[in-house]
Design a protein around this ligand. Structure first.
Ligand SMILES: C[S@@+](CC[C@H](N)C(=O)[O-])C[C@H]1O[C@@H](n2cnc3c(N)ncnc32)[C@H](O)[C@@H]1O
Length: 379
C-alpha cells in the first residue's frame, strides 16, 4: 500500500510494485488526508536486492531505487521514523507487509517493527494487527497475543474500513446483546425513555432533555463522530437525562432498548437520509425488523413520531410503520392536521423542539411532513 501512496504522491516506483487498479483509491486517500490535515508518512529508504544477483543487498533512498534493484524490506531510516511515530501513538492498525519477500535477510525490518509494537502494547496503546503475514510475525515476537486485536483476514478488514456493510457483522450486531450500564448513562434509569433514531447532532434530544427532566432521552446515531460530540455536550452541560450511543439503529435497536429498565414511551425518526441515487439503499435505515422491534417494545399508548421534509419519505415511513407494526400502531392525528396533496399531516411539531434538519427546513420556508402514531392499549 505504501508504494501506491508514494506513487500517488508523485514518487517513481518500480513498475512491478505498481497496482494500476489501486491508483485512483490511492489518489483519493492522499486527497482525503490533505483535506483533513492528516500527516502521511511513508518509507524513506529500502533494503533492495539486485534482480540479477539476488544475494546482493543494498540500501537505497525511497526516491532513488536504481533500475534492476528491487525493494525487499524497510531501510534503517524508515524504521527510525516509524519508531518515533509508534512510541507516541495511542492507537495503531498494522496492515502487515503483503508484498515483501519473506526470505531470511529481508524479514528483519518486519520483525523489528513487530518488536516495536510488542513494546508499545505494554503502554496503553490499542494495537490491531491485520493480515496473515503480520499476524505470523507478531506471534513469533510476542509471548502472548492477548494485548493485540488480531485479524488474519486482511481483505475483510479492507471492506470494513471502506464502510461496506458486512453480512457477518450485521448478523452479529443482531445476535449479540449490547451491554449498557444504564445507571451510568442516566441519573434515574427507571424514568420513561424516549429514543431518537438517527439523532444527528443531537439538538432534538438535548432540547427535549432540558424541558422534560422526568423523562430519559436516548439518541441512536451511526456516525461515531457526531455521537462523541453529543456526549461531550452532555458532559459539559451537566444534563443527566440524555445519552447517545453510536450504533446502527437498524440492527441494534431491539437489543439496546430491550435492556432498558423503564418504559419506552416515544420513538422518533426525523429526516432520515433518502439516498435517491441508490434506490436499493433508499430506505436502508427503516427496515421491517426495526419497525417490529419498535412496535414490540413501545409501552401501551406509547407514541411514534415520524417526520421528513421529503413527502415521499414521510409517506413511506408512515406506510411501513402501519404495515409492519403488527397491528399495534395506528394514526393519532388531531384537529391540527393540514392536508398537502390530499394527505393529512400534523401541522406543527407537537414537542416545540426542532431537530437540526427540521430547523433548516423551516428557516428556508419549506414544509415538513409529520405523522404521529400511537400504540393501542392492551397490545
Ligand atoms: C439527515 S440526518 C437527520 C438527523 C436528525 N434526525 C435531524 O433531523 O436533524 C440523518 C441521520 O441519520 C443517521 N443514520 C443513518 N442511518 C442510520 C442507522 N442505520 N442508524 C443510526 N443512525 C443512522 C445519519 O448518520 C444522520 O446523522
Amino acid at each position: 500500500m505504501s508504494f501506491q501512496i508514494m506513487r500517488a504522491l508523485g514518487h517513481s516506483i518500480p513498475t512491478n510494485l505498481v497496482e494500476r487498479d489501486a491508483h485512483k483509491a490511492a489518489l483519493d486517500i492522499v486527497q482525503f488526508a490533505h483535506d483533513k490535515n492528516v500527516l502521511m508518512s511513508y518509507p524513506k529508504d529500502f533494503w533492495c536486492t539486485n534482480q540479477h544477483l539476488p544475494t546482493e543487498l543494498e540500501v537505497f533512498p525511497a526516491h532513488g531505487v536504481s533500475a534492476s534493484w528491487l525493494p525487499v524490506d524497510l531501510g534503517p531510516r524508515s524504521l527510525e521514523e516509524i519508531y518515533s511515530l509508534v512510541i507516541n501513538s495511542k492507537k495503531i492498525i498494522w496492515i502487515g507487509p503483503v508484498k515483501f519477500s519473506s526470505s531470511k535477510p529481508c524479514t528483519v525490518g518486519t520483525s523489528k517493527l513487530a518488536q516495536m509494537l510488542c513494546k508499545q502494547s505494554q503502554c496503553e496503546c490499542e494495537i490491531t494487527i491485520v493480515g496473515s503475514t503480520a499476524c505470523e510475525v507478531i506471534k513469533n515476537e510476542s509471548n502472548s497475543l492477548s494485548s493485540f486485536n488480531v485479524l488474519e483476514n486482511a481483505s475483510v478488514v479492507w471492506e470494513f474500513l471502506k464502510e461496506q456493510k458486512l453480512p457477518g457483522v450485521m448478523s452479529l450486531n443482531r445476535a449479540y446483546p449490547f451491554e449498557i450500564d444504564w445507571s451510568m448513562a442516566y441519573h434515574d434509569a427507571s424514568q420513561p425513555l424516549v429514543v431518537d433514531i438517527g439523532s444527528g447532532n443531537g439538538l432534538f434530544i438535548m432540547g427535549m432533555a432540558q424541558n422534560r427532566k422526568d423523562l430519559n432521552f436516548l439518541g441512536l446515531e451511526i456516525n461515531g463522530k457526531l455521537v462523541r460530540r453529543c456526549l461531550d455536550s452532555v458532559h459539559q452541560s451537566g444534563i443527566r437525562n440524555a445519552y447517545f450511543i453510536g450504533s446502527n439503529a437498524t440492527t441494534t435497536f431491539r437489543s439496546i432498548v430491550s435492556s432498558y429498565p423503564g418504559e419506552l414511551v416515544l420513538v422518533s425518526v426525523q429526516c432520515p437520509n433518502p439516498d435517491f441515487n441508490k434506490p436499493e439503499n433508499r430506505w436502508s435505515m427503516l427496515q421491517r425488523s426495526l419497525i417490529e422491534a419498535v412496535a414490540d417494545l413501545l409501552a401501551s399508548k406509547g407514541k411514534v413520531f415520524l417526520q421528513s421534509d421529503v413527502e415521499a419519505v414521510a409517506m413511506r415511513m408512515k406506510e411501513q410503520f402501519l404495515q409492519y407494526g403488527k397491528g399495534k400502531l395506528h394514526l393519532s392525528h388531531d384537529q391540527y392536521n393540514i392536508r398537502i396533496n390530499g394527505n393529512a399531516w400534523l401541522k406543527e411539531n407537537p414537542f416545540g423542539i426542532r431537530s437540526d434538519w427540521e430547523q433548516h427546513v423551516i428557516d428556508r420556508g419549506a414544509p415538513m411532513y409529520r405523522v404521529m402514531l400511537s400504540k393501542s392499549t392492551g397490545s
